[in-house]
Design a protein around this ligand. Structure first.
Ligand SMILES: [Zn+2]
Length: 103
């Protein structure tokens, strides 16, 4: 066997192991593609550190029903008929329901 072939096999094996390892990223926030790139260039040891520090992927993004005042921009967690802050200033501003994404 020539040296080039051995190096080629090591590289191919390394990429294969890295690819298999990167599949774990599918279950995490980091994602398999990013994990593959990190592992390939920074070794799978670093990839593992990134994998463990990354949050488990949330299937359903958690949204919170909120109500926003278009005038002052304040976001309330409860619904009011009018923005209490603007009401104090003499403005009757209806709150607009918004979905606030929690990350
Ligand atoms: Zn307001």
């Amino acid at each position: 066997m020539s040296d080039v072939l051995i190096i080629g096999l090591i590289v191919a094996g390394y990429i294969l192991i890295t690819w298999l390892f990167s599949l774990l990223g599918n279950f995490r926030e980091i994602g398999s593609r990013r994990l593959f790139i990190i592992s390939l260039f920074l070794t799978p040891v670093m990839g593992l550190a990134f994998l463990l520090s990354s949050q488990e992927r949330k299937i359903i993004p958690y949204t919170e029903k909120s109500y926003k005042c278009e005038r002052c921009g304040y976001i309330f967690s409860e619904s009011y008929p009018h923005c209490p802050f603007c009401l104090k200033e003499g403005f009757e501003v209806a709150l607009k329901p918004v979905n606030k994404f929690m990350t």
